[in-house]
Design a protein around this ligand. Structure first.
Ligand code: SPV
Ligand code: MG
Length: 295
């Protein structure tokens, strides 16, 4: 078994096990390493955060192969499984089949695909008013994704935006059931409300048909124990490393700009020694001893 097989199995276990699991956002190799070092068992490769870090909008302005490159750096930088936020799959069922094969090749453990239209927009912009994909067509996309994987453990999460789009609980459940029948491994149900009522109502109706993943970015006040008691599978902390990096970089840039010296900044940023340690400079020094002629 290669790295894909074991990491996909690890992600599948996180989704399937009875205890609540957590996926922490990362958006590049460095943030992925920090997620792993913090102790998390899995990574959410956030579309929003990757886009923001690349300086573009969460509207498929970065091409899917550019996202794939970022995911590959994250995969190479870590051992824990990565669930890529694959947006709408960057096209139709055929685009998704190719995406799944490429993700497997690069050691990404799974993909989450959402029932919106390409180019997507973020669920929290413009009040979430956005057209959804035709449910039957999207179910075909999920089936196509599942048919494309070589590793039986590769995970396909079907995400419904029905609640975000204001289409109500019944429509969210109808869509989730279609996606389950199409072969989805888990359902991500997203909500933009500041309380967890609608995702909890979804879970109560849904039961245990498939693991349910949630993203409490807006309902962050709900205690995590509530999610565990309700039997949710996985909580995604979706964008908090990108947002913390943004704030930290803003403060450092404006301080250095204003002061034109580094004295007040040096103690507030990570020492270079730590940067080299995270990059694995020691390993390179050892490898040079071993592989370069020693004169
Ligand atoms: C992401 O992190 O890109 C997500 C979650 O898809 S959200 O931004 O809430 O849509
Ligand atoms: Mg996204």
């Amino acid at each position: 078994p290669g790295r894909t097989t074991s990491r996909a199995a690890a992600l599948r276990h996180l989704l399937d096990r009875p205890e609540l699991s957590f996926l922490m956002e990362a958006h590049n190799g460095l943030s992925a390493k920090l997620v792993e070092r913090a102790g998390f068992e899995g990574i959410w490769a956030s579309g929003l955060s990757i886009a923001a870090a690349l300086g573009v909008r969460d509207s498929n302005e970065a091409s899917w192969t550019q996202v794939l490159e970022v995911a590959e750096f994250m995969s190479d930088a870590t051992r824990i499984p990565i669930l890529l936020d694959g947006d709408t799959g960057y096209g139709n069922f055929n685009s998704v089949r190719r995406l799944v094969r490429k993700l497997e090749q690069r050691g990404v453990a799974g993909v989450c695909v959402e029932d919106k239209l390409f180019p997507k927009m973020n669920s929290f912009v413009r009040g979430g008013a956005q057209p959804l994909a035709d449910a039957e067509e999207f179910a075909g996309k999920i089936g196509a994704a599942k048919s494309a994987q070589h590793d039986p453990d590769f995970v396909v999460v079907a995400r419904t935006e029905a609640l975000i789009a204001g289409q109500g609980l019944a429509e969210a459940l109808r869509r989730a059931e279609l996606y389950r029948c199409a072969g989805a491994d888990a359902i991500l149900v997203h909500s933009a409300r500041s309380d967890a009522d609608e995702v909890r109502a979804f879970k109560a109706e849904w039961g245990d048909r498939l693991p349910v993943v949630i993203v409490p970015t807006k309902y962050y006040r709900t205690p995590t124990e509530v999610f565990a008691e309700d039997g949710f599978s996985t909580v995604v902390w979706a964008n908090h490393l990108m947002r913390s990096a943004l704030r930290a970089m803003q403060i450092t840039a404006s301080t250095i700009f204003a002061e034109q010296h580094l004295r007040n900044v040096e103690g507030a940023v990570a020492p270079l020694a730590e940067v080299f340690e995270i990059q694995g400079e020691d390993e390179l020094a050892e490898a040079e001893q071993r592989w370069l002629p020693q004169r």
